[in-house]
Design a protein around this ligand. Structure first.
Ligand code: FBP
Length: 481
């Protein structure tokens, strides 16, 4: 991939040497239809030569490319500007933990995965005393802008902060998350980190598939990270062609319960056994527990429904687990051993209902994908988002998230008003940035439905697939429009 950052001209026509060139106002960068008069400075911005102090904070789960966002901002600073990094997410910011970012740091962190340079957390900014502390901090350190690198919940924080700090400190979001569930077509196609995580998981699933074909003795049951939306599992399925796969949106659409899921996976095992293949790979996202009613009850502390399904075919019952819920009200789905529960259920279901005898092994591919080194796509994309965020700061915008329109092979960085992405979440009774789920109408999903029928019989794909340059969803959309 060519160097996105160098290739893309500045949307506002500024940077570095143009320090006193008048720039176009917000309307030129943000989508007018989404504008809200309260969020933005009304006047056309002029780049003045006064120094700007920018803070950057990582928020939520790590994602490959975060360090390159920092590089993207830092590498475009004017000599008079300063970049500081808040440590350990909003929790650290509230405690006033920060450090200056220097060129020596940039040399070390560029192209590296994870968020370890600054750390991160999941603190929600909601209480009055949080806002008071931040007001004080902004005054004390004379902060002109804050760049929030985060997903849906973190950008919700960013929007409320922008509103609170209006006229005092700009707040700009940068779209991050391996889950790939923050998007607004065509202004924001994908979050950084998604591509690297998918490549990482695809490699692992692919290797399991090769191993299972070689040894012909195991069925591998793989749970993939991806909290609510199944973008990661969908992309990995396309890349690796597992023998069986289910997505959360698919289960939801079919209105399936736990027994249906077990029966489906066992039917694929039985079908392959008839072909003489007692081995294979099953893939599903961790988010399925949010759509399978028995698991939903489990998340609410009620084990009755799940145990009654397990009991119906003689599987041992499960006992209570404590599920943590974060500041934003999200249950920690990664902690639920759904892959083990499903594996056990499959084992007992097959034992009770068939003569098929297989060995089932479980895997959870999750945390490693968040600290994987970013792919070339994510390195360039993250640096571009960092550069765009800096430019949005210089243009004196606030309450916007950096985006990038890839339509027609033309790459256009831009800012998207965050309030245009808000919706009311009735489950949590609060306004939050809306997650983008896998749409069952989208071509990529339709292709998955057709393809999975033939994946059941597939041994291995030779020649092996090449890993992709950019997320398949992105290429599919480009193809479509
Ligand atoms: P973000 O949305 O903050 O990027 O985090 C996503 C994620 O990686 C999910 O895929 C996963 O369910 C969750 O974080 C795990 O969170 P934790 O780090 O709190 O265990």
């Amino acid at each position: 991939m060519s160097d996105l950052v160098a290739e893309v001209s500045s949307p506002l026509g500024l940077f570095l040497s143009n320090s006193d060139v008048p720039i176009q106002g917000p309307d030129a960068v943000v989508n007018k239809a989404l504008m809200h008069p309260c969020i933005f400075s009304k006047h056309d911005a002029f780049i003045d030569a006064s120094p700007i102090k920018i803070g950057i904070v990582f928020s939520g789960g790590p994602a490959p490319g975060g360090h390159d966002v920092v590089c993207g901002v830092f590498n475009h600073l004017r000599p008079q500007d300063e970049l500081i990094g808040f440590c350990n997410g909003f929790g650290g910011l509230l405690k006033g933990q920060y450090k200056s970012i220097r060129s020596e740091d940039i040399q070390v962190i560029k192209g590296t995965g994870g968020f370890d340079f600054l750390g991160t957390d999941r603190t929600k900014i909601k209480e009055k005393h949080h806002f008071d502390v931040i007001h004080q901090l902004v005054d004390d350190i004379q902060l002109n802008a804050l760049i929030v690198v985060g997903g849906d919940d973190s950008n919700t924080n960013a929007l409320f902060l922008a509103n609170e700090l209006l006229g005092k400190c700009c707040v700009i979001g940068v779209p991050k998350t391996i889950d790939g569930d923050v998007s607004l077509f065509p202004y924001l196609w994908v979050t950084f980190g998604f591509h690297s995580a998918c490549q990482h998981y695809s490699r692992l699933v692919h290797q399991l598939k090769i191993d299972s074909v070689a040894t012909q003795k195991y069925w591998h049951v793989v749970k993939l990270m991806g909290r609510s939306a199944s973008h990661v599992a969908l992309e990995v399925a396309h890349q690796t062609q597992p023998h069986a796969c289910l997505l959360s949106e698919e289960i939801f659409e079919k209105n399936w319960g736990l027994l249906d899921v077990i029966k489906y996976f066992c039917s694929v095992i039985a079908e392959r056994a008839r072909m003489g293949h007692s081995y294979g790979v099953i893939v599903f996202p961790e988010g399925i527990i949010e759509v399978i009613p028995e698991f939903r009850a489990f998340l609410n502390g009620d084990l009755g429904p799940i145990n009654s399904v397990l009991d119906s075919f003689g599987a041992p019952m499960i006992s209570a687990e404590t599920i943590r819920v974060d500041d934003h009200g999200n249950p920690n789905v990664s902690m639920v051993p759904s892959e083990t529960i499903i594996q056990q259920a499959m084992y007992w279901y097959l034992r009770r209902n068939s003569t098929v005898n297989v060995s089932l092994l479980t895997h959870f591919f999750g945390y490693t994908g968040r600290s994987e080194s970013p792919t070339v796509f994510d390195i360039h994309y993250s640096q571009l988002l960092g550069k765009t965020a800096y430019e949005l700061v210089l243009s004196k915008l606030t309450g916007v998230i950096a985006g990038c329109d890839f339509s027609d092979d033309k790459i256009t960085p831009l800012g998207i008003p965050l309030h245009g992405m808000l919706h009311f979440d009735s489950k949590r009774s609060q306004y939050v940035i809306q997650k983008t789920m896998v749409s069952t109408a989208q071509p990529l999903y339709q292709l998955y439905l057709q393809s999975k029928l033939k994946w059941v019989a597939e041994e291995s794909e030779f020649p092996r697939q090449e890993f992709l340059d950019c997320p398949r969803a992105l290429r599919m959309r480009r193809h479509k429009h």
